[in-house]
Design a protein around this ligand. Structure first.
Ligand SMILES: [Zn+2]
Length: 274
């Protein structure tokens, strides 16, 4: 089990205290990105499609809009597109990075106590900026810096390219005991509380060099208080890369799917680059 470190301290612009920034991680958290009225409308629209009946209460429910992920090509499907509802398109002009307007949206309901395993959104198939809008309740998201152990795992033969649990387009790096070296230090791991109605923007190091996860827990400690985990919703927003855009030139060759593919095509290397 990971030993948590204190979350890094954000920079807050006094003229706009609702925006927390971690420049060296490429991470931003915007409080109150949507209003309570918008939040309620989103929850209502979500359950108009998937009612929270007895069968649905205890499982994670996902709804996909925009370009779907194609498991045969590990890219955006050209044929499967679901129209994006207005409760999403309405806030798109407010997204902070307008150069990467998302075209793939996954809306999820997490029942109380549930989480999502550590994963990295595939470098080569999605543009840099990832967004996660949280609503319904707050939850801590766990970030862990990837290191040589992850690089080794990503080069294991027949590794699964995506984790069903982690959602489409993700590379699972769930720690495996069999390749954990005892002399390896615990990589930096910390949690960031995502309040209801907040927008998280993940770019740079936090996008390419960290896994993110939500640990399944009955309770969380937030602001020093133990609180029961409640039902939560999120909208994950990604921009699909197509054709010549597919690939990656990030600064993390050890854990970059695009660079690993090139490396394998070139016959592999005996030493793991990191
Ligand atoms: Zn990369």
């Amino acid at each position: 089990m990971a030993v948590l470190q204190p979350a890094p301290t954000p920079t807050i612009d006094p003229s706009n205290p609702t925006i927390l920034q971690w420049d060296d991680l490429g991470l931003s958290l915007i409080y109150d990105f949507i209003t309570e009225a918008e939040e309620k409308a989103m929850i209502d629209a979500f359950h108009a499609q998937d009612p929270l009946d007895e069968g649905n209460q205890k499982r994670r429910i996902s709804q996909h809009f925009g370009y779907h992920f194609d498991y045969s090509t590990f890219g955006a499907s050209e044929t499967r597109f679901t129209p994006v509802p207005s409760y999403i398109t309405d806030f798109l002009p407010r997204l902070p990075v307008q150069t990467y307007l998302p075209d793939q949206f996954t809306v999820q309901y997490y029942p109380p106590g549930s989480g999502i395993p550590p994963h990295v959104d595939t470098h080569s198939m999605f543009a840099e900026a990832l967004y996660s809008l949280s609503f319904g309740s707050a939850v801590p998201m766990q970030f862990r810096m990837m290191g040589p152990n992850d690089a080794r795992k990503m080069r294991l033969p027949k590794r699964s390219l995506q984790s069903e649990n982690a959602g489409s387009g993700s590379t699972s790096t769930v720690p495996g005991k069999q390749c954990q070296r005892p002399d390896e230090e615990q990589p930096p791991t910390w949690e960031l509380v995502l309040p209801a109605r907040s927008l998280l923007l993940i770019t740079g190091p936090s996008r390419y060099g960290y896994t993110h996860a939500i640990r399944p827990r009955k309770t969380d400690v937030m602001d020093g208080k133990t609180v029961p985990r409640q039902g939560r919703y999120s909208i994950t927003m990604r921009t699909t890369r197509r054709g010549d855009e597919i690939g990656c030139d990030c600064a993390y060759p050890g854990v970059c799917d695009a660079m690993i593919r090139e490396e394998m095509a070139a016959g592999g290397t005996s030493e793991v680059r990191y």
